[in-house]
Design a protein around this ligand. Structure first.
Ligand code: C5P
Length: 223
């Protein structure tokens, strides 16, 4: 039987990639499919939470009982999360947000030109960082998709983005990361505690992350 240990908690989950439009038919994106974020939303709902899932473009179906808001670009995702953040108890930021977007959007399809073409990109805002300054009671969980030196990079992100937990994974490892149903993650706590988990289904990995979230939500506010 699933414990209802998130009953009465409002949880905001972001998932999927973002699409950064270049012209009416082309965009920049990444390999995220949304599976980890959707699993988090589904399991949090099963454990009794009121869940709002802010999803970039994804072919996955909305989990039952979850409010889903579809967005496209990083800027759209930021806007929706900003609106929902004040009323939430925890944010699980599983989306693979594009770091850059085309500096300008071409209103018409870009024509083929010479041998080379240069596209100018501009930095997207760091959504987690922008929300951390609005943090009151919210528990914030980030995800770090790494390809090398996982622990050091994830630890730096936890500090920089003022997170309570960061869930790191090696996206180059077999059966882990993008587009598969399993994940091997390491949960890193603010305290420095490092918890490597075995290769699990994304649903099981989500449950383990939610176990940690429950503990943080139940802890006195000393953060
Ligand atoms: O810096 P990096 O993208 O690796 O950090 C990963 C974490 O930061 C994820 O939780 C991701 O959703 C979040 N992020 C963000 N805004 C960005 C880029 C990443 O909130 N522009």
């Amino acid at each position: 039987l699933t414990p209802k240990d998130l009953q009465g908690r409002r949880i905001l989950v972001s998932a999927g990639p973002t699409h950064e439009d270049l012209d009416p038919v082309r965009f920049l994106t990444n390999r995220s499919t949304g599976k980890m974020g959707y699993a988090l939303a589904q399991m949090a709902r099963r454990r009794g939470a009121d869940v709002c899932l802010v999803s970039g473009p994804s072919s996955l179906a909305a989990p039952l009982g979850v409010e889903r808001l579809m967005v496209r670009s990083a800027l759209e995702m930021q806007q929706v999360l900003l609106e929902r953040f004040p009323e939430t108890d925890a944010l699980l930021m599983a989306a693979a947000v594009s770091d850059y977007r085309p500096a300008s959007f071409a209103g018409q399809k870009i024509k083929r030109g010479g041998d080379e073409m240069i596209v100018r990109l501009t930095h997207n805002p760091d959504i987690l960082q922008s929300l951390s300054s609005l943090k009151t009671r919210q528990v914030m969980v980030g995800f770090a998709a790494e390809t090398e030196d996982i622990y050091t990079h994830a630890r730096q992100k936890l500090e920089r983005k003022h997170l309570d937990l960061i869930v790191a994974n090696d996206v180059k490892a077999l059966n882990s990361g993008f587009a598969v149903d399993t994940n091997q993650v390491t949960i890193i706590h603010r305290s420095g505690q490092v918890e490597p988990l075995p290769l699990l289904s994304k649903a099981a990995a989500a449950d383990r992350v939610l176990d940690r979230l429950v503990a943080l939500l139940d802890a006195p506010l000393v953060r």
